[in-house]
Structures are given as structure tokens and as C-alpha cells.
Design a protein around this ligand. Structure first.
Ligand SMILES: [Ca+2]
Length: 195
């Protein structure tokens, strides 16, 4: 360590002071107002769709186009990307079924999930209103993202919850790092060649 450059020691210190914390988050899409957007940025989560998202006060959200601008339907999809990973993910469907030519036969939607490294964990048929427990369906491993693709019918998402995993600095150690920085500054000053 004696001959190691200060920058290397600094990087080691930065890695050592981060701890993984979870942030329990509830999102109610029905009280955000009414607007359309191609990207919805939430707490440690970004949502995009096959077309613009249609956020509707009191009703949740759908995707513009297909049978209805109010729903995820036809072959529309919505992708939920977490900044890091998340656990205990679930979302609530208030209205489902009945828009397409084959209502309910194969389920209203397909659910895909991706692990912390982005590897696909499989595809499930899902249908019906109520809570869809994404994490439980995929073995409760941390997920980096998941996608809901409509299978013709209406699959309207009203709200969701998740525990986002966030690397955060440990404050007690930060104070120690501050002290370490001051020590390096003093040390380098002392070692400067005298002119
Ligand atoms: Ca639609």
C-alpha cells in the first residue's frame, strides 16, 4: 500500500464506504394528474412503453394506440427499468380483459423479468384484476427490470410497489474518509521537493 498511488487508495476507499440499502416505494399512477410522456421517471425506476404512456388521473395508465389509449392492449408493452435492482415488486391491475378478439383465452398479458445482470428469467401468462406479484412469480431474486406485454386485451396498471436496492455511502465512514483525505494532503505537502 505504501507505493500505491493515492488515486488507487482513494478508489478502494470509495468502494468500501458504500452499503446496499432498500427503499420501500409506493407509486399510485392514479394521482399524478393526466398527461402523456415517452419516459416516466420515478424513485430509482424508469418506465417506458412501446408508444407514449398515457397517465390518467383516477385511472392509472395505459399506452397510446391499440384498441384503447386508456389501456395496455393489442401487442403494446411497458418496460420497468430499475436504477440498480429491486425486490418485492408487485403491481395492481384495476381493469382487465375484453377489448380484443380473443378475450381472456391466453391471459391478458405476458410478464417477463430480468435478473440483476440483465439475464432473462422467463415469460409468464398473466390475467385478471388485482395484485400481480412480479418478484414472487420469479423466485424473489433481485430484478433489474421487467416487462408487461399485452396479449390483445386490456391490462391497465393502477399502482405498484417495490423495494429499490440503492448503494449509499455510510455516513460514519465518510467522516473517516474526510480525515484520510486531509492526511494525504498533509503528507503530499510534506513530500513536495523544496525549490
Ligand atoms: Ca393502448
Amino acid at each position: 500500500m505504501k507505493n500505491m498511488p493515492c488515486s488507487t487508495i482513494g478508489i478502494m476507499a470509495i468502494f468500501s464506504i458504500f452499503t446496499l440499502n432498500t427503499h420501500a416505494t409506493l407509486v399510485d399512477f392514479s394521482n399524478m394528474g393526466t398527461f402523456q410522456t415517452n419516459v416516466l421517471s420515478l424513485t430509482h425506476l424508469t418506465i417506458t412503453g412501446s408508444a407514449d404512456l398515457n397517465i390518467r388521473n383516477l385511472n392509472g395508465f395505459g399506452v397510446i394506440g391499440g384498441y384503447s389509449d386508456k389501456a395496455i392492449d393489442s401487442s403494446e408493452f411497458v418496460t420497468f427499468n430499475f436504477d440498480y435492482t429491486a425486490t418485492d415488486i408487485k403491481y395492481y391491475v384495476m381493469a382487465a380483459g375484453g377489448l380484443g378478439a380473443t378475450p381472456g383465452i391466453l391471459g391478458e398479458a405476458f410478464l417477463e423479468a430480468f435478473d440483476s445482470g440483465g439475464a432473462p428469467l422467463g415469460v409468464l401468462d398473466i390475467s385478471g384484476t388485482g395484485w400481480h406479484r412480479v418478484s414472487e412469480e420469479f423466485g424473489n431474486v433481485p430484478l433489474s427490470s421487467f416487462r408487461v406485454t399485452a396479449n390483445v386485451d386490456n391490462h391497465s396498471i393502477h399502482d405498484m410497489s417495490y423495494n429499490a436496492t440503492i448503494p449509499e455511502p455510510a455516513t460514519a465512514l465518510l467522516l473517516g474518509i474526510g480525515g484520510l483525505g486531509a492526511w494525504f494532503l498533509r503528507r503530499n505537502k510534506t513530500n513536495l521537493p523544496k525549490i
